[in-house]
Design a protein around this ligand. Sequence first.
Ligand SMILES: Nc1nc2c(c(=O)[nH]1)N[C@H]1C(S)=C(S)[C@@H](COP(=O)(O)OP(=O)(O)OC[C@H]3O[C@@H](n4cnc5c(=O)[nH]c(N)nc54)[C@H](O)[C@@H]3O)O[C@H]1N2
Ligand SMILES: Nc1nc2c(c(=O)[nH]1)N[C@H]1C(S)=C(S)[C@@H](COP(=O)(O)OP(=O)(O)OC[C@H]3O[C@@H](n4cnc5c(=O)[nH]c(N)nc54)[C@H](O)[C@@H]3O)O[C@H]1N2
Ligand code: SF4
Ligand SMILES: [Mo]
Length: 816
Amino acid sequence: MKSKTLALLGEASISRRSLVKGGMATGGLLLASSALELPFLFARAAEPQATPAGAADKVVWSMCSVNCGSRCALRLHVRDDEVYWVETDNTGQDEYGDHQARACLRGRSMRRRMNHPERLKYPMKRVGERGEGKFQRISWDEALDTIADNLKRVVKDYGNEAVYIHYSSGATGANFARSSPSGSLITRLMNCYGGYLNQYGTYSTAQINAAMPYTYGSNDGNSTSDIVNTQLVVMFGNNPAETRMSGAGITYHLEQARERSNARMIVIDPRYTDTAAGREDEWIPIRPGTDAALVSAIAWVLITENRVDQAFLDAYCVGYDEKTLPAGAPANGHYKAYILGQGDDGIAKTPMWAEKITSIPRDRIIKLAREIGSAKPAYICQGWGPQRQANGEQTARAIAMLPILTGNVGINGGNSGARESTYTITIERLPVLTNPVKTQIPVFLWTDAISRGKEMTALKDGIKGKDRLDVPIKFIWNYAGNTLVNQHSDINRTHEVLKNERDCETIVVIENFMTSSAKYADILLPDLMTTEQEDIVPNDYAANMGYLIFGQPATTAKFERRSIYQITSDIARRLGADVAQKFTEGRTQSEWLQFLYAKMLARDPLLPSYEQLKAQGIYKRRDPDGHFVAYRKFREDPAANPLKTPSGKIEIYSERLAQLAATWQLQADESISPLPRYVPTFEGWDDPLRARFPLQMAGFHYKARTHSSYGNIDVLRAACPQEVWINPIDAETRGIRNGDKVRVFNDRGEIRIDAKVTPRILPGVTAVSQGAWHQADMAGDKVDHGGCINTLTTQRPSPLAKGNPQHTNLIQIEKV
Ligand SMILES: Nc1nc2c(c(=O)[nH]1)N[C@H]1C(S)=C(S)[C@@H](COP(=O)(O)OP(=O)(O)OC[C@H]3O[C@@H](n4cnc5c(=O)[nH]c(N)nc54)[C@H](O)[C@@H]3O)O[C@H]1N2
Ligand SMILES: Nc1nc2c(c(=O)[nH]1)N[C@H]1C(S)=C(S)[C@@H](COP(=O)(O)OP(=O)(O)OC[C@H]3O[C@@H](n4cnc5c(=O)[nH]c(N)nc54)[C@H](O)[C@@H]3O)O[C@H]1N2
Ligand code: SF4
Ligand SMILES: [Mo]
């Protein structure tokens, strides 16, 4: 049974279509009837009926709203005030275009999360050291008084800029249970109380979001459904089979659209991903951090073989060749010169040159270039793996060069080189009001803002709104987030920064579980889950079928758990009657929802009524424009619809980047450049550090979890173990066999984990899925037995975005 389960979940090469319609011999039946809890698929299949005997007391519509890039409807079966059975969307015709937002294996295990024996039950205060995990139960009054008193004190002593709302994405999409620092109830609360230190960028997209706008003015891509119009799909580090898993998500759209267009698919990734898994036409393994070299060599072939779309480059772009190079740029500062070896480095970016860097044979590069040059149109895209590298800004812009050179931008079946965009039914959000504090730090540099805040400057550390930071962070709100420890880089350094109570004086954590971040809380509050509250959420990435889900509380609040709206309202009252009035405006959660929905209806009269939506649970709508095409209007009429770049055109050469390159203080091995170039980086494939740590290690987002969420669910862990991927060649020289326990280490720390010896990864490269729960004795040897990759990642930021290069690491592996 185990191997069958793994076959389905693990090396998942089974298409949804074959499961649902093609009558797969095993399992298909259960998925088709949208049964629950995939890991138990086969156990249940052996039973005569998928539904347990006895009628459900009630079925409640709710949703899974973790930050997985999808969103799924759940129908929770409740008896005696407890969820005992989980089903998912069963509405509509279940045909592509009117398909079901079915939950993946994680959402189907929701009841195990809700009813987990280790769920937080009471408010607590810390009694041991930070990180030790020793807490004592206290009353809500004591907890809330302590928080309010400390907040008042910090604001009085240091000002509002010393208060930080930590990046957190554990609860995404909803109005109330929504943790995004730009849109949460904590944000609204702080904006009612003088503001807080802002952040910019995210752990998801720091590099690509900083870089793409220099090229295009924004970071948009064609909707995945538009692949129905394409001939060729090229995926750089994009793995929707794991990162967009919903039945309404990108993985389903990709497969359905490709089936209709018969488009070839080439997957470029150091790993043979689940998105490939038999559905690809070709897998081209590449060294992490070297995509820009591959792109440059493809460009060399396209240019020397006359395969570029010269008319498009002349009319729509700046800086491809001499003709459109801005006046201020150096001679031969254009892209064509860079590629042909006539630029300042004097290196022709030939396939031979790129072969050494990428490890892709030159003949394969030439073939790939010809394929890309002749497929009209081609859908060239990137996931966010390539940009989560130390040179990710350059890589993101470099990949965009392929559709630009071939004129695939702004047309159906083409793409910009970015990740997909999605159609969404916009919901009316509870306003967060305005932050009086304008200072921003890069999201990744918050540990620095605690330990050396006053040294941080605009030109060196990317501080915005001020030349330098006036005060370090003294108070942290951490609501539904684990980037305080588990999800931030270099956990052992983070521990050193957080453990000193004189630096960051107060840490408030609002959670469902005793996570590694929660262990650093001074006050720890037990939250309700989204499934225990009334809320409306829109789809996340869902191509061209948008939807709304209206969830109702499946059970009453158990133990002393409280909703985030109640918690923040009660703190607002302690901060003053005026703060409370401004915060609640006298409305309950339910009254807010009705108030906001009335606004939505006024804007979008096609929506069902409030009561109707509540009864039907989910409402779906196709994109009235068919498919989203990025920069379509610009392509149709560039003069009337300029891009948001300074020139209004696609800026292959960016004068703004040239300006930053000239003024920002960078280290010798960092680079910002006006053209998208291949640049080597710290801890890259050619770093001398490889003498000690010879293996590259990239992370990836894993089907077992959504980051760390669901990481404590036993059946998911059994189905998808935490392992380090290593090629048989590298394993053999180390005497490692599949399943062996190994130590993976570098100067920052060590994890102990099982080896997955597999040809699915390039030799010299290893991979560890991110999000496993850190488990180490922080007062002792600090060895992490949970296999959390962030024991090994660095806090050194990327040069332009000051973002998280969490996929750029060098390590060594030894058998234990
Ligand atoms: N090395 C490495 N690190 C990474 C990444 C990587 O690729 N590599 N990826 C990065 C990315 S892209 C992201 S977005 C971040 C994500 O990091 P986080 O935003 O921390 O995401 P999660 O771990 O999913 O969720 C955080 C916490 O929210 C809690 N939670 C879930 N639902 C609720 C709720 O309803 N109420 C409350 N109070 N808590 C709730 C969960 O228990 C969990 O502890 O991680 C980043 N870290
Ligand atoms: N199941 C699940 N789904 C998720 C999440 C999750 O934790 N679990 N997290 C969600 C969130 S918040 C985000 S931001 C997204 C993340 O989405 P992504 O950032 O796209 O996901 P990753 O798995 O980090 O990277 C995608 C692929 O890039 C590859 N890769 C890494 N480095 C390179 C490189 O240098 N070049 C190339 N060509 N490929 C490279 C990896 O092997 C991986 O297969 O996923 C979302 N979806
Ligand atoms: S984790 Fe994502 S794909 Fe899975 S059920 Fe939840 S929202 Fe859907
Ligand atoms: Mo993310």
